[in-house]
Design a protein around this ligand. Structure first.
Ligand code: NI
Length: 156
């Protein structure tokens, strides 16, 4: 188990476009394990590789239903909309209101480079959008309606 340091907003690694993963090396497997360890340690619901300083298109998400690993994810379909508070491990203690689709269907590769398709609603749909944005160098603060506020409670 290894916890990696989470990069915070202002770090240029969070503004870069990540590269596609072409093969799963032992190094990539360790990265994914460490990302999951780091996610669970932090109490967040999602983490993207650039947040631990690695410019690869990998995200891990767990909204309470078990871990999802998405490699080279792309959004296939969205529907509806939801407006609510969103936060990010790279901006601790803050949150802001963001409108996202209420339904998101994504295609990705799993840890065996097999194609997987996931559908999510509500928090999972929000997590897909938020984490995939990180892979293109975007933070939710670019989409916040109004201003950021201090978190009033712990997510956990
Ligand atoms: Ni984030």
């Amino acid at each position: 188990m290894a916890i990696r340091k989470i990069r915070e907003m202002g770090d240029s690694v969070l503004t870069k476009v990540c590269k596609e993963v072409t093969e799963i090396t032992p190094r990539t497997q360790i990265l994914i394990e460490d990302m999951l360890d780091t996610l669970y340690e932090s109490g967040g619901v999602g983490l993207a590789a650039p947040q631990v300083g690695v410019l690869k298109r990998i995200v891990v998400i767990d909204v309470g239903d078990g871990p999802l690993v998405l490699i080279n994810p792309i959004i296939l379909e969205t529907g509806g909309s939801q407006t609510g508070d969103e936060g990010c491990l790279s901006l601790p203690g803050k949150s802001g209101v963001v409108t996202r689709p209420n339904y998101v269907k994504v295609k990705a590769l799993d840890e065996d480079m097999e194609e997987v398709i996931y559908e999510g609603e509500e928090l999972l749909a929000r997590a897909f959008c938020h984490e995939l944005d990180h892979l293109d160098g975007h933070m939710y603060v670019e989409k916040v309606e109004g201003s950021l506020h201090d978190l009033e409670y712990e997510e956990e």
